[in-house]
Design a protein around this ligand. Structure first.
Ligand code: IPE
Length: 255
């Protein structure tokens, strides 16, 4: 990144920092482990976090996803956002305690002024402040929609062209089957990914992961290496921060 030095964008998956089986429950241990590992790495960082058992819990109740939709009970919108701000407060606290100097930027504020956002990010990063984004609920033409942390990650990769993008997930990488059997795919070949996207592949993965792989593919087309690593394994995470291949699943940026 021009004039800023090596930059890594990291997405804290909701399934890592929360317990998806219990509404509104934080996984403090996993969150602190991520913060600690980040604090030991010298690169500049931008953090994005997901919703897990906070935002997703209420988004599900409201029947909302990434498509624009009317919501009968507008209170549900307030609940989604409130829960995301609560989760963000936990993330900010943890990052702060580990010396990361976090600074939250809520999507609502930047959607209208991209040049302004870019200038803000450069300013923050050059002064050792760590920008933090989160998946959110946004108004749209016909109601509301969820903006996922994965989409924000792609958007930021396009804007900032980081050295690498790391998705912290709750398993060791991408498995060749949805029952999580078989060896982790260490390297995802873009040609295989094209097949997955056309749904003709023998690789059978869940909808959630397919969406993530599609986003990773778009990011790799920007020339950025993408890693999927287990966010609860500090060694794997640190190696991915270093850009070491052979950890988790990597999709190399297309040159
Ligand atoms: C979801 O963000 C945000 C809300 C539901 C408001 P993500 O879709 O990135 O969340 P995770 O990482 O999958 O939990």
């Amino acid at each position: 990144m021009d004039g800023i030095g090596a930059l890594v964008i990291v997405k804290f998956g909701g399934s890592v920092i929360t317990d998806k089986n219990h509404p509104l429950s934080l996984n403090q241990v996993a969150l602190d482990s991520l913060s600690k590992t980040l604090s030991m790495h010298p690169s500049k960082k931008v953090i994005v976090h997901g919703g897990g058992s906070f935002g997703h819990h209420y988004a599900k109740m409201a029947g909302l996803n990434t498509r624009c939709k009317f919501v009968d009970d507008i209170k549900q919108i307030a609940l989604i956002r409130k829960s995301m701000l609560e989760l963000n407060a936990h993330v900010i606290n943890s990052l702060y305690l580990y010396g990361l100097n976090p600074y939250t930027i809520a999507p609502f504020y930047w959607s209208k002024s991209l040049n302004g956002l870019k200038a803000l990010l450069y300013k923050l990063l050059s002064q050792n402040v760590c920008p933090v984004f989160f998946g959110d609920v946004l108004p749209c033409n016909r109601g509301f929609k969820i903006l996922s942390g994965d989409d924000i990650s792609y958007f930021l990769c396009r804007m900032l062209k980081p050295s690498r993008m790391i998705f912290c997930i709750n398993v060791d990488g991408i498995f060749p089957s949805s029952n999580m059997k078989g060896p982790i795919i260490r390297e995802l070949d873009p040609k295989v990914v094209e097949k997955i996207m056309a749904k003709k592949s023998s690789i059978d993965v869940t909808g959630g992961i397919v969406r993530k792989i599609k986003i990773a593919y778009k990011i790799s087309k920007l020339g950025v290496d993408v890693f999927f690593v287990n966010g609860s394994k500090p060694d794997d995470f640190f190696k991915a921060l270093n850009g070491e291949y052979g950890v988790g699943t990597c999709m190399r940026g297309m040159k």
